[in-house]
Design a protein around this ligand. Structure first.
Ligand SMILES: Nc1ncnc2c1ncn2[C@@H]1O[C@H](COP(=O)(O)OP(=O)(O)O)[C@@H](O)[C@H]1O
Ligand SMILES: [Mg+2]
Length: 329
């Protein structure tokens, strides 16, 4: 693995505002004696991401994921702690840092709402001072990967969600940034477009070596794309490690039930926990061991029936939140 390129060092963000009291009298009182409210959106978040890694930032709604990403991408200034991206503080020296960073927020477009996407791209080319030849090459590649050319002359306001986010992805990559932040890029997409966007994200790390932080609620996406996960809850990191270890720690485990052809000698395979009525039950906690067992079994021609039950990642996440809620109560 490469060097650390993204560092969250004790990041904290507190929002201060005034609460509005209901009614006209309330409005008057709020004017005279505003009631201060503070929200600790991010309490204390630390983690590092190495060059070429794709880190999934997970957590329930309101956990502080978007606020963390905004501090890392220089959109928000931390109340305490420090963000370092490629060795620089993102909110300082904005122009230089913006060149290293690409960001997509699935819930909100970065494009000009009433400008054809292609014109937005040209404006970004000028803002980031991308040379014409390099711009054409990149735009060509991005348009091919994301299939943009049939709608990129439309304005974002006329586009479907999937079209709009694909344009946002292209816009974020036009200046060829080595670091990308993707905040719920596939939210609300239909399965086909989602798959296209996932493949695009996979390509950007695996083939182009970009470093990515991705937030999503889609666990299939996490297991497909992420090499590591950081789980946050109420503004604090509650887990940092591999997905497999998370499953091992919190999952209830996997099971495989196998029936062999009559008279066949059952193989000596690890994980066998019992035999009943001709059915052999294997169980374990390490997902890699289950994959290994399934490969062994699928290679045999005397397996009559086989059922595999895995930990559903959704269940694992639910178990993590439950456990955390219990320990912090
Ligand atoms: N601009 C803001 N002003 C006040 N509170 C905010 C603001 N942005 C986010 N929050 C609050 O901070 C908490 C974390 O929000 P957010 O980072 O968006 O969480 P997530 O992305 O994990 O759903 C939430 O309680 C949210 O309501
Ligand atoms: Mg969010």
């Amino acid at each position: 693995m490469g060097e650390l390129v993204i560092e969250a060092l004790g990041l904290r963000k507190v929002f201060r505002g005034t609460a509005r009291r209901p009614g006209f009298g309330g409005a008057l009182r709020s004017l005279v004696a505003p009631e201060r409210v503070t929200t600790v959106a991010v309490d204390d978040v630390s983690f590092g991401v190495r060059a070429g890694e794709l880190l999934a930032l997970l957590g329930p709604n309101g956990a502080g994921k978007s606020t963390t990403i905004k501090m890392l991408s220089g959109v928000l200034v931390p109340s305490a702690g420090r963000a370092l991206v490629a060795g620089h503080v993102p909110h300082l020296d904005r122009p230089a840092n913006a060149r290293r960073i690409g960001a997509v927020f699935g819930q909100r477009t970065q494009l000009w709402w009433d400008l054809p996407a292609l014109e937005s791209f040209a404006m970004l080319r000028d803002i980031f001072k991308v040379e014409e030849a390099a711009y054409r090459l990149r735009l060509d590649e991005l348009a091919g990967l994301l299939e943009l050319s049939s709608f990129w002359k439309q304005r974002p306001r006329q586009m479907s969600l999937g079209q709009r986010v694909r344009c946002d992805l292209a816009a974020a990559l036009l200046h060829d940034p080595p670091i990308i932040f993707l905040d719920e890029p596939t939210i609300g997409m239909d399965a086909v477009v989602k798959e296209q966007v996932r493949e695009f994200i996979r390509y950007q790390t695996a083939e182009r070596g970009r470093t990515i932080i991705l937030t999503t609620h889609d666990m299939a996406e996490v297991s497909r794309l992420a090499s590591r996960v950081v789980l946050i809850n109420e503004g604090r990191v509650v887990y940092d490690g591999s997905l497999a270890d998370l499953q091992k720690e919190y999952g209830s485990g996997w099971k495989v039930r196998v029936t062999f052809a009559h008279g066949a000698v059952p193989p000596a395979l690890p994980g066998l926990v019992g035999t009943a009525g001709g059915e052999h039950l294997f169980a374990g906690t390490d997902p890699a061991a289950q994959r290994h067992l399934l490969r062994e079994l699928l290679d045999r021609d005397d397996v009559e029936d086989l059922q595999a039950h895995g930990d559903d990642l959704e269940d694992v996440m639910a178990a993590v939140y439950r456990k955390r809620a219990e320990t912090t109560r």
